[in-house]
Design a protein around this ligand. Structure first.
Ligand code: TRP
Length: 329
């Protein structure tokens, strides 16, 4: 059985793109692996959030992942800052992380460009903290997107460096978790690309029905097919893709035929799509809201998650201290 670690960014609500991408896979993964899912709330300090926002974001993310089906009795779901052991490993790894290699990291260079007014040491050592998150549970698999591949590469380097330096074979070198064909790409409503956080392009799991209707009705289309059997344009293709995920096959077929015979009315198609999205998201939204108003449940989940995570992290740190030479007399 593999040990999986996955860090969840603590900003931004989940949208359908996240749901059919990472989240649904995380839910599946928990049954087949030993999973550690955590909210990366130390990492989020690099942008200096205020205390109220920080707290509310953590709560919201927790509620959303639980509502989507992460089972805290099966996976270990926790908040990063509840596990101080990770800070100790971060400090130790920092002694063997070189300024040059950290400065060359793509994500760091991007931050320097985007926020020159806040280039802090936390940003520079972000990959070291991420490595600590992963290897503290001696994970061998990490589900990451393209943008995190370099960080995972650095994690392997730091793990290897520790092993070599101390002539041990203690930390596994974690690999990317391969989703294979299972990742469904969800397009946005703006005609191109994939669903993201930007306004108007995404449908969030917490969106109310009237918001969903408004967003879908504003989705980009075209002026309509001009000849029979014509391929749909890019924005219309995207709507069909969304419909394939959200609606039943008969509905998709109906609108495909209407398009092929040039009789399609995009307004009708959007109305249908919006209702199917509402049907899909409503139970999840209700569950999110239910969890958000149940502080007893949330604090139980968080407490038990921290306990399980600290047990695993604590064991690693006892070994690491011994290996490094912090020994009792
Ligand atoms: N850097 C990751 C992101 O931006 C979040 C993260 C932090 C993470 N620590 C991690 C992901 C450990 C996987 C494993 O999405």
């Amino acid at each position: 059985m593999d040990t999986v670690v996955s860090g969840i960014r603590s900003t931004g609500n989940l949208h359908l793109g996240n749901y059919f991408g990472m989240v649904r896979n995380a839910v599946k993964m928990q049954y087949e692996n030993k999973c550690y899912f955590f909210i990366a709330d130390y990492h989020s300090l690099t942008t200096h959030p205020n205390p109220v926002d920080l707290h509310m974001n953590i709560k919201q993310v927790m509620a959303e992942y639980l509502a989507c089906g992460i089972d805290p009795d099966i996976a270990t779901l926790f908040i990063q800052s509840d596990v101080p052991e990770v800070c100790e490993l971060y400090l130790l790894l920092n002694m063997n992380a070189y300024i040059g290699e950290l400065e060359r990291t793509t994500s760091f260079k991007e931050k320097v460009r985007k926020q020159p007014e806040n280039v802090n040491a936390g940003l520079l050592t972000y990959p070291v903290l991420m490595a600590a998150d992963i290897i503290i549970h001696r994970a061998n698999k990490v589900p990451v997107g393209k943008d995190q591949e370099q960080h995972l590469e650095m994690t392997r380097k730091f793990a290897r460096r520790f092993n070599t330096m101390h002539k041990v074979n203690y930390f596994p070198e974690p690999e990317a978790y391969n989703f294979g064909e299972e990742l469904i790409k969800i397009p946005g409503l703006d005609g191109s690309g994939k669903m993201g956080k930007s306004e108007g392009n995404g449908i969030f799991l917490v969106d109310e029905p009237k918001t969903i209707r408004k967003k879908v009705m504003r989705a980009v289309t075209d002026t309509g097919p001009e000849k029979q059997g014509q391929e749909p344009s890019e924005p219309v293709k995207n709507l069909f893709t969304l419909m394939e995920v959200m609606s039943d096959p008969g509905t998709v077929e109906y609108f495909r035929e209407k398009h092929a015979s040039c009789e399609i009315r995009y307004g009708d198609m959007k109305k249908q799509l919006a209702e199917d999205m509402i049907n899909f998201t409503t139970p999840i939204r209700e569950r999110i809201n239910e969890i958000m108003s149940d502080n007893n449940y949330l604090s139980k989940v968080v407490r038990e998650g921290a306990e399980k995570a600290r047990e695993s992290a604590g064991k690693t740190m006892r070994d690491v201290r011994e290996i490094i030479g912090y020994r009792s007399f």
